[in-house]
Design a protein around this ligand. Structure first.
Ligand SMILES: Nc1nc2c(ncn2[C@@H]2O[C@H](COP(=O)(O)OP(=O)(O)OP(=O)(O)O)[C@@H](O)[C@H]2O)c(=O)[nH]1
Ligand SMILES: [Mg+2]
Length: 288
């Protein structure tokens, strides 16, 4: 059942309602523990009112869900003279695509960007970013496949500062959180940027695929333990009705969600808006 149906006119706030709310949240991938907690706290909040119809309680329950989601500001960092944005995450989560979308969006906002191809594992990865860079007319700094990502970033910082661009977006290789040597490499990249422009000028975005659901929490935690993650990017929201996993991730990690990806095209990106996100989740038809 979609949550929207739950709030249809005539539904009373009885035992069945609370059970259905919890079940529906679980189906939206909020996670059983959090679904139980959310339903219980909504019930408690509603008990303090004299509301007795689901339709009347809709707004309050929506507010409560939004409250659980918001952790810190969703605004992207702005630093002077240069903001460096590192895209990190497991393989295939959408880092390269989001790097391009973000550069495109920032340019539209009047900023100037540069891309750094720090995924040096595969020649195809450099080419993939290169094609985007050409399409959006953003300069890209790259080296040979197999070169040190730290060296690429070092070069890119030089170029970005010399050319006076406002944002350097660094696309890193997908890596499993269990590979400690690769996590060390990421730490090194972060250190190189920090040495050059200072740690507060780095936005490190953990890119998470919404389709992966609840499983990503563990990997997200390890990324956060390894590097200083400053925000979450949730991709592929167009492919799933189960974006609810973001509730538990945002809460557990105490990180703001900053951007969402909603498709494969350049325009398929939004700044995260918690109210809109919850509304979409509430109106989603979840398969039963
Ligand atoms: N539907 C949908 N597809 C997306 C979205 N973002 C990325 N993709 C697709 O997901 C696939 C992987 O995207 P990439 O950007 O290459 O992911 P990546 O994290 O850079 O992958 P690796 O570099 O291999 O770790 C591509 O086919 C993208 O077109 C999204 O928001 N929605
Ligand atoms: Mg990539």
């Amino acid at each position: 059942m979609a949550l929207r149906e739950l709030f249809r006119p005539g539904v009373r706030l009885d035992e069945d309602f609370w059970e259905e709310l919890e079940a529906t949240l679980i189906m939206a991938d909020v996670g059983p523990y959090l679904a139980d907690e959310l339903a219980a706290s909504a019930r408690e909040a509603i008990a303090k009112t004299n509301l007795d119809s689901a339709a009347d309680a809709h707004g309050l329950i929506e507010e409560l869900l939004v409250g659980q989601l918001v952790s810190g500001s969703s605004q992207l960092l702005t630093a002077q003279p240069l903001t460096t944005i590192l895209m990190v995450g497991v393989n295939g989560s959408g880092k390269t695509t989001m790097s391009a979308k973000l550069a495109y969006w920032l340019q539209e906002q009047g900023h100037t960007c540069m891309l750094a191809a720090a995924d040096t594992f595969r020649a195809a990865a450099i080419d993939q970013l290169g094609i985007w860079a050409e399409r959006i007319d953003v300069p890209m700094i790259a080296q040979q496949p197999g070169s040190d990502p730290g060296a690429v970033v070092f070069d890119a910082l030089d170029s970005a500062l010399a050319r006076n661009v406002s944002h350097l977006i660094v696309d890193t290789a997908g890596r499993l959180h269990t590979k400690s040597n690769l996590m060390d490499e990421l730490r090194k990249v972060q250190r190189i940027v920090a040495n050059r422009v200072g740690a507060p000028a780095i936005e490190t975005l953990l890119v998470i695929d919404a389709i992966a659901g609840q499983n990503v929490l563990k990997q997200a935690k390890i990324f956060c333990e390894s590097v200083n993650v400053t925000g979450i990017v949730l991709t592929k929201l167009d492919s799933t009705a189960r974006g609810g996993s973001v509730f538990s991730i945002a809460r557990e990690l105490e990180l703001p969600i900053k951007l969402v990806g909603t498709g494969e095209q350049l325009n398929d990106m939004d700044m995260f808006d918690s109210v809109r996100f919850v509304r979409a989740l509430l109106s989603e038809t979840v398969p039963t």
